[in-house]
Design a protein around this ligand. Sequence first.
Ligand code: 13P
Length: 251
Amino acid sequence: MRKKIVAGNWKMNTTLQEGLALAKGLNEALKDKTPKCDVIVGTPFTHLACVADAIDTNKIGVAAQNCADHEKGAYTGEVSAAMVASTGAKYVILGHSERRQYYGETAEILKTKVNLALANGLTPIFCIGEVLEEREAGKHFDVVDEQIKGSLFDLSAEDFGKIVIAYEPVWAIGTGKTATADQAQEIHAHIRKTIASKYEQTIADNCSILYGGSMNAGNAKELVSKPDVDGGLIGGASLSVENFMPIVEAF
Ligand code: 13P
C-alpha cells in the first residue's frame, strides 16, 4: 500500500541555528511516538547536513528543496543531486511552483532534475498544480496532466514507482485559501487515473499523492480523510513544532 507522508517545506526561512532548533524540537516531539505517516523536513541546502546529523533519520527524512540540472562542474552557485545525497538527505522537492514561476523551471529542465535525483538515490517529491485563472477556466485537470507528462512520463515504470507527487494549487499556496477536501480528492483521483493510463494500475495505486497549499492543524484531518489524499506538503505551518505536529497526527 502507498505511504502516507507529511513533509515540511521550510522554503527560504530559518537561519542554520533556527533550523537546527526546529528540527531538534520536532525530533524531540516524535521521540516516543510512532506516527502513522512518514515525516520529512525540507530544509535550505545550508542546513541539510547538520539537520540530518542532529535528528533520528529513521524517524524524520530530510529533503532538499531543489537540485541542479547538471551532474557536476562549472555551474557556480549550484548544488548537485549527488551533493544533496551526500548530506544524508533522502528526498528532493522538485518543480515547486515558486521554482517554475520565479526561476523559469520548465518541464524539460525538471525532467533532467528528476533523472539526476533518481540516479543519485534521492526520492523526488514532484510538485504540480494550476494557477487561479486556470482553475477558473476549468483547465486544472489538463494543466496537471501536462506537468506530469512533460517531466515524468519518460521514466521507466520502476523509476516512476519511486516518485512522490505533491498537488499544490498555486492559488492556495501561502494564501490561507485551501482547496476543499472534495476539490483535493477530485483532482488527486484524476492524477491517479492519469498515472494509470500510462503505467499499470498498481503503480498508480502505490503512488503517494500529497496535497499542499495552506494546509494546517485545522484542515489537515479532513483533507487526509479523503481516499486519494496521502498526506501533505506544508509550508508556513511547518515552521513551528506546535503547528506541524498536529498535521503529522492528523492520520
Ligand atoms: P503553505 O503551506 O505556506 O501554503 O505552502 C505550501 C507549499 O508551497 C508547500 O510546498
